[in-house]
Design a protein around this ligand. Structure first.
Ligand SMILES: Cc1cc2nc3c(=O)[nH]c(=O)nc-3n(C[C@H](O)[C@H](O)[C@H](O)COP(=O)(O)O)c2cc1C
Length: 322
């Protein structure tokens, strides 16, 4: 039977070892670190090198780097290789101004020669398989080349020629940021280009098992990468794969509590910091969506600063709504 690999997308401040471990437990076939700044790695900034922390239990794991200069990216890749990830992923997709505006991340979609130089430098610098994650293009007008070929179809071939092993494509342009809907037809065009040999990973707006299946079947991608839908729901992978997953609210809340405790450990056993770090997950968790008269409880949950308080509120929610 056909395999349907599901990967946890790289997400800044989200895909730390604590969250990756939970996603892995619930069936993620590959996890990614958040993006790691190449210059900061080269300068040996402690808060950055910490992001290279990976554990054997989460393998296969990719460490993602971003930067704008080939030499710095090659040096960073060599440093990353010492952490022994299964893949080194290059970020050519980050749209935020402080990254793309400075010519890194998605900014390289406007400077393809530089993107090629970076890719070549990184591939040449390491033995670890190098992968790339990018977007469809810089903006709507640049989605197609003058001869009608989709920009991303041409780009994918060129990246493949440089020796990358896999390509992940988020079906949006840089200009779209996270707005609008991801366009999977262009991801499908890359996958169906007979010249493509490397696996193509599709990404963007996959939130349900039905949508995941549809993307695999309709666009033929080799894997799907899932980002935001995993917030407060690391069991999503298991649900999509039909594996055992927490079903009741109590079971799900137990996983969220475990995540809070693991976040605290990741934040150096700083209780307050760990709770603030995991708040994004409570705020977005499907467990707490659509509950009647929930506003005040939600506010209290997002304000709580001790484990005792967070757990007490979570228990109250289970007692009240389950
Ligand atoms: C909070 C947040 C942080 C992100 N950080 C990264 C990152 O570090 N590297 C990266 O390649 N993409 C990053 N992304 C983009 C995601 O990997 C993914 O491409 C995007 O969210 C679309 O997938 P989704 O619709 O499944 O969320 C980030 C997205 C979010 C929401």
């Amino acid at each position: 039977m056909r395999d349907y690999p599901l990967y946890l997308a790289p997400m800044e401040d989200v895909t730390d070892p604590a969250f990756r471990a939970l996603c892995k437990r619930y069936g993620a076939d590959r996890v990614y670190t958040e993006f790691v700044n190449a210059d900061a790695l080269v300068r040996d900034i402690a808060s950055t090198t910490r992001k290279l922390t990976i554990h054997d239990a989460e393998r296969p794991v990719a460490i993602q780097i971003y930067g704008r200069e080939p030499e710095a990216m090659a040096d960073a890749a060599r440093i990353v290789e010492q952490a022994h990830p299964d893949f080194i992923d290059i970020n050519f997709g980050c749209p935020v101004k402080k990254v793309a505006g400075k010519g890194a991340g998605a900014g390289l979609l406007r400077d393809v020669p530089k993107m090629m130089a970076i890719t070549r430098a990184v591939v040449d610098a390491v033995h670890t398989p190098v992968t790339v994650k990018t977007r469809l293009g810089w903006d709507e007008p640049s989605l197609y080349l003058p001869d009608g070929t989709p920009f991303i179809v041409d780009l994918a071939e060129r990246l493949q020629d440089l020796g990358i092993r896999e390509l992940a494509i988020h079906g949006r342009t840089r200009s779209q940021m996270y707005r609008g809907e991801a366009d999977w037809t262009l991801i499908g065009a890359v996958k169906n280009n007979p010249r493509m040999r490397i696996p193509i990973i599709g990404n963007g707006d996959v939130c349900t098992p039905e949508r995941a299946k549809e993307c695999f079947d309709r666009y033929g991608v080799d894997a799907i990468m899932i980002g935001r839908a995993t917030f407060g729901a690391p069991w999503l992978f298991a649900e999509m794969k039909g594996l055992p997953a927490p079903k009741t609210m109590a079971e799900k809340v137990a996983v969220l509590k475990e995540h809070v405790l693991a976040s605290i450990v990741w934040c150096g056993n700083d209780e307050r910091k760990g709770i603030i770090h995991s708040r994004r997950h409570f705020a977005a968790s499907p467990v707490f969506k659509g509950l009647p008269d929930f506003k005040q409880t939600r506010i209290a949950l997002l304000r709580a600063e001790t484990v005792e308080e967070v757990f007490r509120i979570m228990d109250y929610i289970v007692d009240t709504y389950a």
